[in-house]
Design a protein around this ligand. Structure first.
Ligand code: APR
Length: 271
C-alpha cells in the first residue's frame, strides 16, 4: 500500500470499523465514555502527550502542586488572581475554545439514549457546553470553584475578595475546581464514576492515551468484565489491542460518522 493513502481511501478503511463501533453502541444497554485531551484538540486546545503535547514540550508540572496549595492557600490564591488578570496562552486558549463536532456528536448519543454517561479527564468544560448532561469532570473544570471539605461547587465568575475564600456552609477552604497534581480526586466524582462503570456493558474511549489513574481504570473495568471497549483516537495506545474496535483518526469526523451510523441502525431497527 502506498505511504500516503488519500482521504477517500482512509475513509473507506474506517467505514467498516465505524459500522462495527456503531453496532456495538446501538446494541449496548448501558454505554459510558472516557474522553481525554484529544477530543478537544480540534477546538484548539493542546494535548499533554505525543509529539506536540504540553508535557512533551514543557515537562510535567511539579507533583507537589497540591502540597504547595495546602501549605499556603492565601499565597496560592494570589498567584491564581495574577494569572486570572494576565492569563497565559493555555488559559486564554481554553477560555475561548468552543465545542467541536466530537463533543456535539457525543451529546447527541446521550440525547438519543445510547450514551448514558461521560467521564471526561478534560477541564475545559466543552462537553458541558455541547449539551452533555450526564457527565463527570473527574479532573475538575476551569470554570468552577470547589470547597475542599464539602465539595460544594460554584461558578468561578470573579476573584474572591478574601484569600483564601471559605465555604459559607462548612467553613472549608475554597479552591479552583481543577484537580492539581497530588490532589485527591473529589470523592463525589469517584463515587459517580464507580457507579457508572459498574453498570456499563460498553465503553468508548475518545482522545485519550488512557495512562492516567483512576480515570482509565473505570474504562478498563468495563473491558475486564468482558464487555466491548471501543477506541477512537488519533494514535494507537496501550489499550488498542484490548479493544473490540480501534479507529485511529481525528475524533471530530469519526464521532460524527459513528453517531450518524448509530442513528441509522436504530431507525432501521424501529421500522
Ligand atoms: N482526535 C482524536 N484523538 C486525538 C486528536 C484528535 N484530533 N488529537 C490528539 N489525539 C490523541 C493523541 O493521539 C493522544 O493519544 O489524544 C490523546 C491525548 O492523550 P494525552 O495528551 O495523554 O491526554 P489525556 O489522555 O487526556 O491525559 C490524561 O493526563 O496529565 C494528565 O490531567 C492530565 O487529564 C490529563 C490526563
Amino acid at each position: 500500500m502506498t505511504e500516503s493513502i488519500d482521504r477517500d481511501e482512509q475513509n473507506d478503511l474506517h467505514q467498516e470499523s465505524i459500522e462495527r463501533a456503531a453496532t456495538l453502541l446501538a446494541q449496548s444497554h448501558y454505554c459510558i465514555a472516557l474522553t481525554g485531551a484529544g477530543i478537544s484538540a480540534e477546538s484548539g486546545i493542546p494535548t499533554f502527550r505525543g509529539k506536540d503535547g504540553l508535557w512533551t514540550k514543557h515537562g510535567e508540572p511539579p507533583l507537589n502542586q497540591y502540597e504547595q496549595f495546602s501549605d499556603d492557600p492565601a499565597a496560592w490564591w494570589q498567584k491564581v488572581a495574577e494569572r486570572r488578570r494576565n492569563p497565559d496562552e493555555l488559559t486564554a486558549t481554553i477560555s475561548q475554545a468552543q465545542p467541536n463536532d466530537a463533543h456535539f456528536a457525543m451529546a447527541e448519543l446521550e440525547r438519543i439514549g445510547v450514551l448514558k454517561h461521560i467521564i471526561t479527564q478534560n477541564v475545559d468544560g466543552l462537553h458541558r457546553a455541547a449539551g452533555a448532561e450526564s457527565l463527570t469532570e473527574i479532573h475538575g473544570c476551569t470554570t468552577l470553584l470547589r470547597c475542599i471539605e464539602c465539595n460544594m461547587r460554584w461558578p468561578f465568575d470573579e476573584i474572591p475578595e478574601v484569600f483564601p475564600p471559605r465555604c459559607d456552609d462548612c467553613g472549608g477552604i475554597i479552591k479552583t475546581d481543577t484537580v492539581m497534581f497530588g490532589e485527591p480526586i473529589p470523592p463525589d466524582c469517584l463515587q459517580r464514576c464507580y457507579v457508572e462503570s459498574s453498570q456499563a456493558d460498553c465503553v468508548i474511549l475518545v482522545g485519550t492515551t488512557a495512562v492516567v489513574s483512576p480515570a482509565a481504570d473505570f474504562a478498563f473495568a468495563v473491558g475486564q468484565r468482558g464487555h466491548p471497549m471501543i477506541e477512537v483516537n488519533l494514535d494507537p495506545t496501550v489499550i488498542t489491542n484490548y479493544c473490540a474496535v480501534a479507529i485511529h483518526d481525528r475524533a471530530g469526523e469519526l464521532m460524527s460518522r459513528i453517531t450518524a451510523e448509530v442513528k441509522r441502525l436504530l431507525a432501521n431497527a424501529a421500522s
